[in-house]
Design a protein around this ligand. Structure first.
Ligand code: GLA
Length: 471
């Protein structure tokens, strides 16, 4: 583990050596009034970088050496600020809106323990993840949440009914402080039923008490997983499934923290139609992902009609990423997708405005995976403030063409090849827009091309993707 980490830090140092600062990440961020505010400005470049922000609203301040904005802002409003990041080689600026009043204005990005540690997860695994997010520089590309999934709960509640963590998590407050001290955020998992999917204690009849405990622990994100509640309810009617989510939302909204509310109920009762109305910042649209092409393809195909339901603050969630070293039991392994399949997986989850949650052992992360998840052009599609999920424009045989509209008036086109043979295809851009297209940029090769005759020719590898930004 040590050697892998040292290699990463070295690669990072080489990548940033001699570079001017570059600010990444969204150009809007939201929080509720009077709640703790925490946002790290993601920026790469040779260190040290110093940060300044003009127009910060009352109650917020920025740490000039880390770019971490903290504090608490009392007044609802949209505050237009200018962020300046500079080092000895130059500077970068960003017009950055701070929206006090709403959260999750772009999809949450971070890491979750489930897809690699399963129920074995420990405090050490969580701290390691937080350490590597910082040491590898992932934090500088917007990766923020560090979420514990199932497996942290004690077998019994305390005599006063409070939930406690099991022996693997000796001190939740210390863990949360550790994560926050790095400018990262802390997520947790529970179920509305008596038991979680892994058989641990759920929140049934203790909902308000659990939110109070999460406040004490400094929780920023709750994944609320239906599990045993579904076995308990009489059938899986919409109202029965909605009820526990409505109940928990009441306590989340009344809490003294911004807690991102992630609904997990596998898409039952067309959750995308009502997830936002019960307070969900995201909702799972599918069953669990695994690291196979069949799984990625199945989940992708289930998103074809869901674009109308995504909007800033409320996102469809086709489950977490399976890139890098994954595995659920004692079988962690390099993910079984080919490189092209991984590229397609990451590209399409970004195009779909899905929450981006890594699910790998970050201490074993390899250069290829790093190259995927630090591609700022792809991440920018996901974090675009317009918040429009990609729509399927065309499906011919095994070729799908998806379009994502972007805030600057441009759009991205992703050509997915779900077939077993590589494919050349010429696409008439008039099918994607009525405007004249001038240039395209391939977001994996960075190649810019002038558009001729309003047509675009792409070579798409088998199970691969070509994604271009069209201006
Ligand atoms: C369900 C969820 C998974 C994970 C497990 C934990 O299967 O869909 O994402 O949270 O429960 O037990």
């Amino acid at each position: 583990m040590k050697a892998a980490n040292t290699l990463l830090v070295l690669l990072l140092a080489i990548a940033c050596f001699g570079q001017k600062p570059e600010i990444h990440g969204p150009d809007i961020y939201g929080a509720k009034p009077n709640r703790p505010f925490l946002f790290k400005i993601p920026a790469t470049g040779a260190l040290p970088i110093s940060y300044e922000i003009y127009g910060l609203p009352d109650g917020l301040q920025v740490d000039k050496s880390t770019g971490i904005i903290s504090g608490s802002c009392p007044n609802i409003g949209i505050y237009q600020t200018i962020v300046l990041a500079k080092n000895s080689l130059g500077a970068d600026t960003l017009f950055f809106d701070i929206h006090i009043g709403n959260v999750a204005l772009t999809p949450p990005m971070g890491w979750n323990s489930w897809n690699v540690f399963g129920l074995r997860v420990t405090d050490k695994d969580i701290r390691n993840a937080a350490d590597v997010i910082v040491s590898s520089g992932l934090i500088n590309h917007g990766w923020t949440y560090i979420n514990i999934d199932d497996g942290w709960e004690s077998a019994e509640r305390l005599p006063n009914g409070e939930i406690a963590a099991n022996d693997k998590f000796p001190d939740m407050v210390a863990l949360s402080d550790y994560i926050h001290s790095k400018g990262l955020k802390f997520g947790i998992y529970s179920s509305p039923g008596p038991k979680t999917c892994g058989g641990y204690l759920g929140s049934l009849d203790h909902e308000e008490q659990d939110i109070k405990t999460y406040e004490k622990w400094g929780v920023d994100y709750l994944k609320y997983d239906l599990c045993s509640y579904a076995w308990q309810t009489k059938g899986l009617k919409k109202e029965a499934i909605q009820a526990p989510y409505i109940l928990m939302n009441k306590f989340i909204q009344n809490s003294n923290r911004d807690i991102i509310y992630s609904l997990c109920q596998y898409g039952l009762a067309n959750v995308w139609e009502w997830g936002a109305s019960v307070g969900g910042n995201s909702w799972r649209t599918t069953g669990d992902i695994v690291d196979t092409w069949a799984s990625v393809q199945r989940l992708l195909n289930k998103q074809k009609k869901l674009a109308p339901y995504a909007q800033p603050g409320h996102w469809n969630d086709p489950d977490m990423l399976v890139l890098g070293v994954v595995g659920w039991n004692d079988d962690s392994r390099k993910c079984r997708l080919t490189e092209d399949e991984q590229r397609l997986h990451f590209t399409m989850w970004s195009m779909l405005s899905s929450p981006l949650l890594l699910g790998c052992d970050l201490t074993k992360i390899d250069p290829f995976t790093m190259s995927l998840i630090t591609n700022d052009d792809i991440i920018a599609l996901n974090q675009d403030r317009l918040g429009k999920q990609a729509v399927l424009l065309e499906e011919k045989g095994k070729i799908q063409v998806w379009k994502k509209e972007l805030a600057d008036g441009s759009f991205a086109l992703a050509f997915c090849n779900l077939g077993k043979k590589g494919k050349f295809t010429t696409y008439d851009l008039a099918k994607a827009t009525t405007k004249a297209c001038k240039t395209t940029k391939d977001l994996w090769t960075a190649l810019k091309t002038d558009v001729r005759d309003n047509k675009l020719t792409v070579a798409i590898p088998t199970h691969g993707v070509v994604v271009v930004k069209v201006k």
